[in-house]
Write a protein of this length. Sequence first.
Length: 690
Amino acid sequence: MDTSSTETIVRGACPHDCPDTCALLVTVRDGKAVKVAGDPDHPSTHGALCAKVSRYPERTYSPDRILTPMRRVGRKGEGRFEPATWDEALADITARLKAIAARDPQRILPYSYAGTMGWVQGEGMASRFFHRLGASQLDRTICSSPGMTGLQYTLGGAVGMDVERFADSGLILIWGSNSITSNLHFWTFAQQAKRRGAKLVAIDPYRSDTALKCHQHVALMPGTDAALALGMMNVLIAEDRLDRDYIERCTLGFEALAERAAQYPPERVAQICGITADEVIGLARDYATLRPAAIRLNYGMQRTHGGANGVRAIASLPALTGAWRDPAGGMLLSASHMVPVTPSKQVRPELMPGWPGKPPRTINMVQIGDALLEADPPVEAVIVYNSNPVAVAPESDKVIAGFAREDLFTVVLEHFQTDTADYADWLLPATTQLEHFDVHKTYGHWYVLANNPAIAPLGQARPNADVFRELAARMGFDEPALRASDEDIVRDAMDWDAPQAGGVSLEQLRREGWAKMRHADAPFAQGGFPSPSGRCEFYSQRLADQGLDPLPDWVPPWESAISNPGLAARYPLALISPPARTFLNSTFVNIPGLQAQAKEPAVEIHPDDAAARGVTHGDMVEVFNDRGRFLARASVSDRARPGVPVAWGIWWHKLTQGGRNVNAVTSQALTDLGRGPTFYDCLVELRPAP
């Protein structure tokens, strides 16, 4: 028997844009990762992983991995490359960036998001490099900025209840979230509460897998969440189902909010939301009487014109009823600020020329299509890492036209040859999570997690931080912040001496894998919010000072029958595009096992909508508007509400029939606050494919 093989278990963390941020145990045998499992001792992960991350070895060892630097030899978009050395790649990139920077460094643009959420391989060294270079700043708004902005102006920051306490709730409103797909471990706690007698209510335009397992589904129209929340307030106030003591001591602006809520009687709300007045009244009464009452809000509902106001309205509800008094009551959208982060020390904005008075210009990542085609001065170079903008950014035809510019110098750090990689001049091989060090905070629970490298980098793959360190050195930048080690970046990213950190050290975190931040079980039972007043601010003086509405209100969608009847006459269907269960944004789309489960792009439509258009189940249909069109397989089902088809995202364009995914029809229009995307604010028509 062969006894020479060795097996070890390495502690890691899931790097992806998901609230769960799971603790991983990676089994390594003879230098190869053979299994990735959830840590059973981590209270949130409790040993379970989603179907995506459990396939990490398949992804890491895929024969399609990019393992050497690649130089473009074909036309932009053809995806034809030849191997090169790292020295050749970095020498050419440095020379090109120096030449552009000599004219105007703002003509250089980084493009990144949450391909990894780590402090090191995310924006640690990369942002330091681009700040020192003087490149255009990227407004990273494509996911959560409207919701985060809504929280900032209401609670003072991204704070919320402990996800583990949902198991003890008496009522859980799952609002704008298909938790089984996008927040699996929260769903485990919700199921525990359900078994103990809690009522679960899904508030979602679509009867999702999660909604099917709840006691009640409120199928409102997209972009009407603020109206529903204000209608609930109307009932709570009219029937005096309030915690007057909590309102008096822990909130600001109740009388003004009451006047606003008076404008939203249940009958008006029913008309706006496409539901019944009885649903509004019953939901408000349940929220006031079934205690502890908790809201799990997620980011789907803030991807419409009024998304930030929707979050402001919903975040006001727990303070009206005193739900924050209970450890199992209150609300959770993001818990990012339950960790004592120090972002300025992490990314060093002071390295920017002109800081703080006149920093370089800012370009919104949601509007990358317009920026690449119309910005003045023009964008001459884009360095893409941790993102796939050609697939994930809205209004794809413009994005593709921008990246297809032969005069645009494009560098892409990647694991695979994505849609964006096909347009690169240089394609650089990046390490996966199993091959590098990082530390992660989370936005779905109160833990910080360490990721230790489990295996050596495959081929010539390099961590992002190493690439940007070397580029800085080759550019002649000698500031100490640009030579900092990975460990130095992590020490800069958090206040390790803050009481919330509980005295944990980086060394202890690496050894034990994770540490929970220390907060009271009911952290806002007596108020103490991180807002300027220390209260839940129904009325925001900061918004008033900007000339903006200081109270939450319903802001109609850009595109709807109410706000734009002329457009709705041509394009009567309100399309939403939530993530497919097998993908995470555009990540995992090319993994054969997961791709086989998803099969092909699909759009789910109500039988009435299908019949009116001559569409039957299984037909290939064309979904279109003035911005573009894509093809998808029709699934006719009454789980989609009339007038609201659901197209599952986000496929790579080149893996679809017709060469376009759902973002061919989405818009570059922005939200009310936070400058975020309006992916779910999108009118279309559909017909059988020609």
